[in-house]
Ligand binder design. Structure first.
Ligand SMILES: [Zn+2]
Length: 327
């Protein structure tokens, strides 16, 4: 008897866009689509948009043969066990919205949701840069810092589903105020906006000549993390120093992570994660100063496999738990 492989519809819902893709059992994205997310609309209008996007990618005809699953990667807070979107700041359309149940009813298919960093972590752990490792620590750095922990192919959710908020682990109680209300979170020091803020402060204090201000059209307010990254790629000394500082913050933070969970691999994703890949050696060299683990430098620090498709792959990956239960 030939057992057909499952097919996953991975849905990536963000504050401004929805992407969806058909993903096979090996994490390969067959086809994909994207559309604006109506996050400011009513809950029903936003759900209708999700419905249009998923319908546009759902294979035609009766779904005989392979078993289909729909998985959603979405900003938190959400409750992955009940499949409920709680109150994400980026998705004001949904408050206590039972997204998994609504999806499941709409297409008569099993549906699962998880937060974007957890979902991307699982995709990397099973199909990507973490394949073959039993414990995976994933970090995505962009406008924020998200993290996910995967142990033996399962996301570690904690007691209520709120575990894995590594971006809000503080390394300095006198540090800059984070959006979450705490001080010195790694997100407030090493995310794209944090890098831009440090660049602005430094230029105001020292007034050095740098490509950063040139690329920002002379307007300090227009500086972004991406502009600092572009200046670094053009060999700018100030941008290079700002990125070295970012790498040092990350080394302190990773030292804490390693002392707590000693993962088999650390994976960096997101736009800034990609930018920082040239600094992985420096981070590794600095680790022993911030970890009591005598073998901390052995832990591989690698780039993520999935880039802009991490949400689609993540949505697909969160179906895996469900799929295993069905076997
Ligand atoms: Zn924070």
């Amino acid at each position: 008897m030939v057992v057909s492989e499952p097919v996953f519809i991975g849905v990536d819902i963000g504050g401004t866009k929805i992407a969806a893709g058909v993903v096979n059992a090996h994490g390969k994205i067959r086809e994909k689509t994207r559309a604006p997310m109506l996050s400011q609309a009513s809950g029903e209008e936003a759900f209708a948009q999700v419905r249009r996007v998923v319908d546009s990618i759902m294979p035609d005809g009766p779904r005989r043969g392979p078993r289909f699953y729909i998985g959603v990667s979405c900003p938190g807070p959400l409750d992955p066990r009940r499949g409920v979107i709680i109150n994400p700041p980026n998705l004001p359309c949904w408050r206590d919205f039972p997204l998994a149940q609504r999806i499941s009813e709409t297409w008569s298919l099993p549906a699962v949701i998880d937060n974007d960093a957890n979902a991307a972590a699982l995709a990397e752990a099973v199909w990507g840069a973490g394949a073959g490792f039993s414990s995976v620590f994933y970090v995505t750095i962009g406008t924020g810092i998200g993290t996910g922990l995967v142990f033996d192919g399962r996301i570690y959710h904690g007691r209520t589903g709120a575990a894995g908020e590594g971006g809000h682990v503080s390394i300095d109680y006198n540090g800059p105020l984070c959006g979450c209300g705490k001080r010195g979170c790694i997100e407030a020091l090493a995310s794209g906006p944090a890098l831009a803020a440090r660049a602005r402060r430094r230029l105001a204090e020292k007034g050095e000549s740098t490509k950063i201000i040139e690329l920002a059209g002379g307007n300090p307010e227009a500086i972004t993390g991406q502009i600092v990254g572009d200046a670094y790629r053009q060999g700018d000394a100030v941008a290079t120093e700002l990125l070295a500082e970012t790498a040092d913050y990350l080394a302190i933070w990773l030292g804490n992570v390693i002392d707590m969970i000693e993962p088999d691999v650390v994976i960096f994703g997101g736009g800034m994660g990609e930018l920082l890949s040239g600094w992985f050696d420096r981070i590794r060299e600095k680790l022993p100063a911030w970890s009591i683990n005598s073998r901390c430098k052995e832990i591989p620090i690698v780039r993520a496999r999935y880039h802009e498709d991490s949400g689609i792959a993540g949505g697909a990956a969160v179906c895996l738990h469900e799929e295993m239960n069905d076997r």
